[in-house]
Design a protein around this ligand. Structure first.
Ligand code: K1U
Ligand code: ZN
Length: 170
């Protein structure tokens, strides 16, 4: 397995629209394994292929404390959504930024699993938030896109400053 590089906002590649996966083969399963290792190490509770510069419809989510409940969703589609909730979201591509985002409270999602088999998952609460957040990545959308232009501008400035400082100290 391997640790993959996570793209940092405002990298323009984070705004790429992901393509559907045609065949779930060993190269996809290798990417899933590498993404899982990367997500758990970060640590994160979700990761989209977009964030590791693979522009295909693949997301991982594991909200368990024991890190042993990995959900692999390939070509995910929301088929039902209801209610509203607000959650203070974070993102591995926007380190140290947490902001409130409004999303559906309950969703039903159809996807392919690690073996390429179709399944449905019903989610609410944090699992629903995390799946919607990761599916946004596949549409080239980062959670800061829900914020005001002023907040987004401040976050962009903060991220660019972090990069400059890390280059100076390297
Ligand atoms: O970058 C990502 O897409 C992953 C992101 C998922 C997420 C978190 C919170 C709300 C919506 C989506 C993260 O995992 S950020 C890190 C984080 O929130 C966390 C990490 C370890 C334990 C608990 C939370
Ligand atoms: Zn994210």
């Amino acid at each position: 397995m391997a640790i993959l590089n996570i793209l940092n906002y405002p990298d323009p590649r984070l705004h790429t629209i992901a393509k559907p996966i045609e065949v779930v083969d060993n190269s996809i399963r290798k990417l899933v394994d590498d993404m899982a290792e990367t997500m758990y190490l970060a640590p994160g509770i979700g990761l989209a292929a977009t964030q590791v510069d693979h522009h295909i419809q693949l997301i991982l989510v594991d909200i368990s404390e024991t890190k042993d409940d990995l959900n692999v969703l390939i070509n995910p589609q929301i088929i039902e959504a209801s209610g509203h909730q607000e959650y203070q979201e974070g993102c591995l591509s926007v380190p140290d930024v947490f902001e409130l985002v409004k999303r559906a409270e309950r969703i039903k999602v159809k996807a392919l699993n690690y073996q390429g088999k179709s399944f449905e998952i019903e989610a609410d609460g944090l699992l629903a938030v995390c799946i919607q957040h990761e599916m946004d990545h596949l549409l080239g959308k980062v959670f800061v896109d829900y914020l005001s232009p002023l907040k987004r501008h401040r976050i962009k400035t903060k991220m660019k400053k972090r990069v400059k400082e890390s280059l100076i100290s390297a």
